[in-house]
Design a protein around this ligand. Structure first.
Ligand code: ADP
Ligand code: MG
Length: 351
């Protein structure tokens, strides 16, 4: 009951908005389930500033639920959610409108497309360009810092009981305010503690980053129980099926793309997925087939992961595994020796 009272009080005192309150700006994205715009408030006496609006289809209801929950339970891991409402004044079909604070200009995808990656991220995080020699050690530290931030956000999302299911560089935004990466786009997420979106919509999943198991719950799981039943059962089901490991696989692929410049494009990732499938999802088998005849671009990835006794490679292989239960969790990954080395912030302090 406390939760309900808290939710009500919070809802009551937070500002509420309507369609007419917003001035639409640039379109930021358009998917099958919604369109995203940069917007501002018309009469902005509250100085709410820059906002982002997603006009969503019927799945918007779930996305509002997930954002409300994430805001209360793990506010720093996801983009700052402001408000969500059902908008049905204009058309016959109703839309859900979701409002967030504008976190920043670039997603991890945008940043990874630059030739300057990962140095462009270093400059964003530290707020300055460092006068240090460029090299693989420095790149490794920057990548380590990015990966740690993603895993940190994922860990708190998972601890809340939410599985994201669409983790990819396009859904990781650099927050200019906090100078950290945050997770966005909870449109395909599942809240297993309460049973919301319990039956996975596998057509929502991005095949480029999806783990080989299509469903995050095993097929033995009984079909969608009503909410109270799910509340009682889901912690057990969580232990049994480890649905969070779906996000870990996707995060592993992001780590791979950061380490290997040659795998950053969509087409090369698709090709990699084909090769990995042929290798029966065994990264070591994949490595043995590609490394001997690798281009210098591909070699550089192996070189980076080989630093400090192959510690990066060890972490990568603990994330990208066929069987969900053999993959590491976000919490365990954060304690991996790969992260024992000083990260980016220490690098700047050391100078
Ligand atoms: P879609 O369902 O279209 O994938 P997303 O929620 O991923 O919707 O948003 C689409 C794009 O809009 C993102 O890739 C990002 O560029 C931008 N965006 C979304 N939320 C924010 C935010 N809070 N701040 C800044 N940009 C955002
Ligand atoms: Mg998205």
């Amino acid at each position: 009951w406390d939760m309900f009272v808290l939710a009500f009080v919070e809802r009551f005192f937070r500002p509420t908005y309507r369609k007419d309150d917003f001035v639409l700006g640039k379109k930021l994205g358009e998917g099958a389930f919604g369109t995203v715009y940069r917007v501002s408030l018309k009469n902005d006496s509250s100085k709410a500033g820059d906002l982002v609006l997603k006009k969503a289809t019927e799945y918007g209801a779930v996305e509002i639920w997930m954002n409300e929950r994430a805001r209360r339970a793990c506010s720093n891991s996801c983009a700052d959610f402001v408000y969500g409402f059902l908008e049905n004044s204009s058309k016959k079909t109703s839309e859900y409108w979701l409002i967030w604070r504008f976190e920043g200009e670039a997603t991890l995808y945008d940043l990874m497309q630059s030739k300057d990656f990962p140095y462009n991220v270093e400059a964003l995080i530290l707020g300055q360009v460092q006068d240090l020699p460029k090299g693989i050690e420095r790149e490794n530290r920057i990548i380590q810092t990015i990966l740690r931030q993603i895993l940190f956000a994922l860990d708190s999302l998972h601890s809340t009981g939410i599985v994201h299911r669409d983790i990819k560089p396009q859904n990781i935004i650099f927050s200019e305010g906090s100078r950290t990466f945050k997770i966005i786009d909870l449109g395909a997420a599942a809240d297993l503690r309460v049973g919301i979106n319990y039956v996975p919509k596998e057509f929502l999943l991005d095949p480029r980053y999806a783990a080989p198991e299509q469903y995050i719950m095993s097929t033995q799981t009984p079909s969608a129980p009503s909410a109270p039943v799910a509340t009682a059962l889901s912690p057990v089901l969580w232990q049994l099926n480890l649905p969070d490991r779906f996000d870990i696989y996707s995060t592993g692929l992001i780590f791979l793309q950061m380490a290997f410049p040659a795998l950053r494009s969509d087409s090369s990732l698709i090709q990699f997925n084909r090769q990995l499938k042929r290798a029966e999802y065994d990264l070591l088998t994949w490595r043995k087939t590609v490394e001997p005849r690798a281009s210098s671009d591909l070699k550089r990835g192996f070189e980076l992961l080989a630093l400090d006794n192959e510690i990066g490679w060890e972490l990568l292989t603990s994330m990208v595994r066929y069987k969900a239960r053999q993959r590491t969790s976000a919490k365990t990954a954060l304690a991996h020796p790969y992260f024992v080395r000083e990260g980016l912030l220490a690098l700047s302090v050391m100078q």
